[in-house]
Design a binder for this molecule. Sequence first.
Ligand SMILES: Cc1ncc(COP(=O)(O)O)c(C=O)c1O
Length: 492
Amino acid sequence: MDLSQAQSGLSLGFHSHSSSNPIPLQLLDQREENLVEKDENQAEEEENFSILGHPMCIKRQRDGQSSSSSSSSPNPPKRVAVEPGLECRRAMVRGWGNQSLPVADPEIHEIMEKEKQRQVKGIELIASENFVCRAVMEALGSHLTNKYSEGLPGARYYTGNQYIDQIESLCCSRALAAFGLDPEKWGVNVQPYSCTSANFAVYTGLLLPGDRIMGLDSPSGGHLSHGYYTSGGKKVSASSIFFESLPYKVNLQTGYIDYDKMEDKAMDFRPKILICGGSSYPREWDYARFRQVADKIGAVLMCDMAHISGLVAAKESASPFDYCDIVTSTTHKSLRGPRGGIIFYRKGPKSRKQNMLLSHGDGSVHYDFEERINFAVHPSLQGGPHNNHIAALAVALKQVATPDYKAYMQQVKKNAQALASALLRRKCKLVTGGTDNHLLLWDLTTLGLAGSVYISLLLLYAFVYICTCLYSLRTNILPQSVMYMVVCVEIM
Ligand SMILES: Cc1ncc(COP(=O)(O)O)c(C=O)c1O
């Protein structure tokens, strides 16, 4: 706030508890050159209110008086007003505050309209994107963005959060309900701004710097936030910069995860967190096998179900909750909510004997994730939660729990399978030979085209917008880059 521009002629009175006489408190230096000197006839308005139990009063000149000076006035003021009157200033602020986007900022509005056209005119087949419904959009673009609410429901740093608390609590209970989780056994944090930050919050809460994590290699379809460094050793993601990561990979002939190699690597590397889930893996995950390995090495088993969380909620994919200790997700992919992240963690008594390797793995019979993860999200990594996002997520999660959503997810899978069959009929090569979920990997090298060229052709000659997460596997068998295209089919 630029106080130098604030209203002159406004003074704040402070009543002490012991006295009923307001102590006048001049908030601002009066700027002589702009100040209207007080007409003897001008009356003052007094407004009383209280802040944190302290009675206060505002004294202001009654509107219109300051500019009412004219030569015809019997008692003209000594100087002429140069600032608009209070009502005028109020009207200006109200007018500005109530302007619609096209009026307030036609430039941004016009670009936004173009983007809307782009979204509706093409066929978007990006596995990690979706279209939120109108109710989600309304909650996102709402007054909830105005409120600060650092902390958790019932324990905030700011006052005035009674409704924000209700919204976040409802969002949490809907999140648990959407995945059929018992609130006695699972807790959830809905505040992460993204899934990358959700994952990092898990590592921050559970690990010490330099501790080890292991996830699917990014070029094999994993995600950067599970740890990634280049073949030259350059650490790309923060999860590799602050923790030590070693990836497991897919079998380059079959495209399936090589579980035996994963186990061998995990036995040698002994990560404290073993991560399943990825960005471009078209098949079911063998969570039971991951659990076995995690138990052998005393690791926490975490699943990042970002891509398939909608399918999991609709029971159209196997559930990681049956085997994992921690489950994270984006909220904007198949879940069809606003852009953000979410963390589920086990709580209460451990369901079986687990000797986790974590520095705090003290043989306790209770999970201790809740406090660690909540503390990592805030205050360690984030500030105030985005309440408009949390409300929008609550709206989306309500829909996720309905039979309509299940029907939608079933259709998504059918669409993906229809596209896979059509491509296979045309002799296209799909990695793993097909798909179990909403995405498929199309090996473009058999067409003799680099993926980028192929996409350019699609953009030019078909108004189909198929996209992308192209990656290359450098192998001994195929010395050149092998391009795959990730396609998501989420249209009804
Ligand atoms: C498995 C997985 N985890 C995390 C992310 C990152 O999500 P965000 O963009 O919300 O950080 C993605 C995004 O594609 C993902 O596929």
